[in-house]
Design a protein around this ligand. Structure first.
Ligand code: SF4
Length: 492
């Protein structure tokens, strides 16, 4: 856990006052890209400029930056190679400035003060890049990226900002509504009471998506049913609640944390099914949804698409199998929702348009453009191997089989890097993909879903696609893109 001190938002405001008098340049955002022809380009801003103040204020994060730069006049205090500069830009109100900055949070990401036994960050091997070990519990990242916050460090001042700036939706980890169970799961006495902030957010009309990570023997069974009853009683205005299984890697050191048995997974699916009916009858929507992984673990078929009510938690792995299927079979014109890799927040590009909570028109030419499919070699009519995690293979294989094509095959990538029950495609590492590809013939086309890559084209273990033993085509992780990639030449 980061050693950064636990500053409340009130304390942060005090320190911001100090910062206004003498801003810390080490925390100032740095310009990383300028859009050609933008107001920033016309004003002569260049990559590497440090933004010290905007309109006289020190922005704490990309949200304040976005709001300030939406104004018609933007006065910037900059530092360029240590030289102070002032730049004034006139533009239309709401017109993007055309600047990408280096990070989303300029002061400090608020780290979590919990010690959950199921935390996947504790289960990472040593030696990965430092950003992956950051345990954030920051409502700003919840708004920007869909990260889940437990609210154990949330404050009155945070509430005021969320409500004033309408930072909605937020994403909140519930896990259990029983105060004792929740504080025990978070290993934090504040976990017992911090759901009062959830109540306050809902009272102020902030949309909130909840999450329950289910640990067998801890908060499944009667505890899960009690939690869903607690949600009905105390938080019925929630947008939706995702019920997801804990992930267990081979580096797990907590004996009590283990994967579900088939029977346990079936029991979770049954409880969610029963409570969907209760919620539908009482609040008019099913509200609670089990992750796709549960249906695979429980050896059950996925619910029909209409039971997902528009897929409100698609980016959290709820209903992706059904949307992928519809997209692949041409029953959807557009891919559904945002795809996020496991560490999307720490690896996300600085382009504000990529945040889930900010939808700016700003768009700068960055390396993230590499997410488009790229062709790197073999003939279009060469045999095709679709690389995917072991769980993803169970979803994609029936779709590929339905094509009745002997030249297209699914290649499951066993996750030896993390081990345990980590079979999701977003956790595929370069090492495992490289080992798998080394056993496959040369000259074939290999399709790699983009969900396992950072925007710089790196896997979680730091390898790049260029280091793989076979050339791969990076394909957006949706059924439409996969179908287009495997279509025979001349069929489009
Ligand atoms: S709240 Fe999240 S980051 Fe913090 S310990 Fe628990 S699982 Fe890990």
């Amino acid at each position: 856990m980061s050693a950064s001190p636990a500053a409340s938002a009130h304390e942060m405001r005090v320190s911001d006052d100090v910062a206004r008098a003498r801003p810390s340049r080490s925390l100032a955002p740095i310009v990383v890209a300028i859009a050609a022809g933008s107001p920033a380009a016309d004003a002569g801003l260049v990559a590497g400029d440090q933004i010290v103040r905007v309109n006289g204020e020190v922005p704490r994060d990309i949200i304040e930056w976005q709001m300030a730069t939406d104004e018609a006049q933007v006065d910037l205090d900059l530092s360029r190679h240590g030289v102070d500069m002032a730049v004034s830009i006139d533009k239309r109100e709401g017109q993007p400035l055309g600047v990408d900055v280096s990070s989303a949070v300029f002061d400090r990401v608020r780290t979590c003060d919990n010690h959950c036994e199921f935390c996947f960050i504790y289960q990472l091997p040593k030696g990965m890049r430092r950003s992956l070990y950051l345990k954030d519990d920051d409502y700003r990242l919840s708004f920007l990226y869909g990260n889940f916050t437990t609210l154990t460090r949330f404050t009155e001042a945070d509430l005021e900002r969320v409500v004033t700036e309408r930072l909605s939706p937020l994403h909140v980890s519930i896990h259990a509504t029983d105060p004792d169970v929740r504080s025990a799961m978070l290993k934090n006495p504040r976990g017992a009471m911090s759901l009062r902030w959830l109540r306050a957010l809902l009272d102020h009309g902030i949309a909130v998506r909840g999450q329950i990570v289910v640990c067998p023997g801890v908060n499944d069974g009667a505890v899960l049913a009690d939690t869903l009853a607690g949600i009905l009683d105390g938080f019925p205005e929630l947008d939706s609640v995702a019920v997801v299984p804990l992930g267990v890697s081979k580096f797990n050191g907590e004996a009590a944390m283990r994967p579900h048995t088939v029977a346990e997974a079936q029991a979770v699916v049954d409880i969610v099914d029963d409570w969907q009916d209760v919620f539908l009858a009482t609040v008019g929507k099913r509200l609670v949804y089990a992750a796709d992984e549960y249906y695979l673990m429980a050896e059950r078929s996925f619910p029909p698409a209409e039971r997902y009510d528009g897929f409100p938690m698609h980016e959290d792995g709820i209903g992706m199998a059904r949307t992928f299927e519809a997209e692949f079979h041409g029953r959807a014109n557009d891919a559904t929702g945002v795809r996020r890799g496991f560490f999307a927040a720490v690896d996300a590009p600085p382009n504000p348009a990529s945040y889930t909570g900010l939808r700016s028109g700003a768009s700068c030419a960055t390396d993230s453009d590499s997410a488009a499919p790229i062709s790197l070699g073999p003939r279009r009519d060469a045999p095709i191997g679709v690389l995917t995690g072991e769980l993803g293979a169970r979803v994609i294989s029936p779709l590929v089989d339905s094509l009745s094509r002997s030249d297209v095959r699914v290649i499951p990538v066993r996750n030896d890097f993390f081990g345990g029950n980590t079979g999701v495609t977003g956790l595929m590492t370069g090492d495992d993909v490289a080992r798998t590809l080394a056993g496959e013939p040369e000259g074939h086309r290999y399709l790699l879903p983009d969900v396992c890559l950072s925007d710089e084209g790196r896997f979680l273990d730091g390898l790049t696609v260029a280091e793989l033993p076979r050339r791969v085509e990076i394909v957006p992780t949706d059924g439409i893109a996969l179908r287009a990639a495997v279509e025979p030449r001349g069929s489009r």
